[in-house]
Design a protein around this ligand. Structure first.
Ligand code: NAD
Ligand code: UFG
Length: 343
């Protein structure tokens, strides 16, 4: 890249995926402005980004549902585009608090799109999820697979996808990338950026790292009677830095294309058991586990057909499962309390 580039607005830029994407954007020469209400992240992320040579041009602590905050931001900067990560993501919580999920995820996205339209910034990359495929009829899953929602979180993602598709149909000036992430894990190899869940982790990898460190007694494997090779659930884990680079690739692809809907995954299905075994072997650390009942709502297998991302974005995941395990462990050991660890 060359010349002076207009900044990218990253909503939710202090979160797990957002922070790694801010770094990837900086590495590609893109100035970044971050909007985050810090409801699920730490302001210390900004110090770490500075340390890594990727300080945002501006950080605004504010809510994506707040039109006045958005209008002020769009008045101050001429954005090249927006990457929209801000939202809530805990499936179980979405079942208990559906209105809150629709408010943040759907309401927030609609406020953002309206502010973008007012400011005539019509390039957006949206965080969707493989959850929109529900219990997939076939794996690997192509983007053309049927879409469905099995919980309010998934429904909120589908509603946003629908709004974006309608918007593109109504006004071809919009360029929109809908990225359906599979299972992002790992951390930046520096050990300075990573995933810092509050309370008990919902997801497998942060749970594994906390067990390996002795913060929790053992991993519960949710079911070993699925119709999979070893009976445990199969997912498509991808390295967070690969995922971050996928966003840079999507922004570039949008300079020439109108509506892109792509899976971001490796295309490799990995079972819970094989992830745990790889983690233990790569890091030479024990991960005690016991098999318990299936977790309600879980599917047996979910992994991507990653072909379209390769042809449309010229992107593919390059880092291995061993890299994901090594980097997740480095982050956990160097930051046992997440961003509240010293220094
Ligand atoms: P995260 O919680 O780490 O990051 C989200 C960020 O958004 C946080 O920093 C939070 O403080 C902020 N935020 C939340 N609501 C906000 C609001 N109303 N206004 C401003 N900021 C707000 O989550 P993540 O894992 O980085 O996920 C980012 C996006 O990707 C989310 O939209 C999520 O649904 C989606 N996604 C995540 C995964 C995953 O496994 N992590 C998978 C698929 C899709
Ligand atoms: N698992 C365990 N024990 C745990 C946690 C998870 O055995 O303590 C198993 C699950 O049963 C599943 C696999 O590990 O087989 C992965 O579980 P995660 O919770 O890490 O991820 P999911 O695939 O269930 O869900 C993730 C995101 C969702 C998103 C979905 C599809 O958390 O938000 O991917 O993108 F919708």
């Amino acid at each position: 890249m060359h010349g002076i580039m207009n900044p990218i607005l990253v909503t939710g830029g202090c979160g797990f995926i957002g922070s790694h994407t801010v770094l990837a954007l900086a590495e590609s020469g893109w100035p970044v402005v971050v909007l985050d209400n810090l409801s699920n992240s730490s302001p210390r992320v900004l110090e770490r980004l500075r340390e890594l040579g990727a300080p945002p041009l501006e950080f605004v602590q504010g809510d994506v549902r707040d039109a006045s905050v958005l209008d002020a931001l769009f008045a101050r900067h001429r954005f090249e585009g927006v990457i929209h990560f801000a939202g809530l993501k805990a499936v179980g919580e979405s079942v208990a608090q559906p209105l809150r999920y629709f408010d943040h995820n759907v309401g927030g996205t609609l406020q953002l799109l309206q502010a973008m339209d007012r400011a005539q910034v019509r390039r957006v990359v949206f965080s969707s999820s493989a959850t929109v495929y529900g219990d997939p009829a076939q794996v690997p899953i192509p983007e053309t697979a049927p879409l469905t929602a099995t919980n309010p979180y998934g429904r909120s993602k589908l509603m946003c996808e629908d709004a974006l598709r309608s918007l593109h149909q109504a006004d071809p000036r919009w360029s929109i990338a809908i990225l359906r992430y599979f299972n992002p894990v790992g951390a930046h190899p520096s050990g300075r950026l990573g995933e810092a869940p509050q309370g008990v982790p919902n997801n497998l990898m942060p749970y594994v790292t906390q067990v390996a460190l002795g913060l929790r007694p053992h991993l519960q494997i949710f079911g070993d009677d699925y119709p999979t090779p070893d009976g445990t659930g199969v997912r498509d884990y991808l390295h967070i830095c690969d995922l971050a680079e996928g966003h840079v690739a999507a922004l570039r692809a949008l300079q020439a294309q109108g509506l892109l809907t792509v899976n971001l995954g490796t295309g490799q299905g990995v079972s819970v058991r094989s992830l745990v075994e790889t983690f233990a072997q790569v890091n030479q650390v024990a991960v005690p586990s016991q098999v318990v009942a299936r977790r309600p709502g879980d599917v047996a297998q979910c992994y991507a057909d990653p072909q379209l991302a390769q042809t449309r974005l010229h992107w593919r995941a390059r880092r291995s499962l061993a890299d994901m395990c090594a980097d997740a462990w480095r982050w956990q050991t160097q930051n046992p309390q997440g961003y509240d660890s010293t220094p």
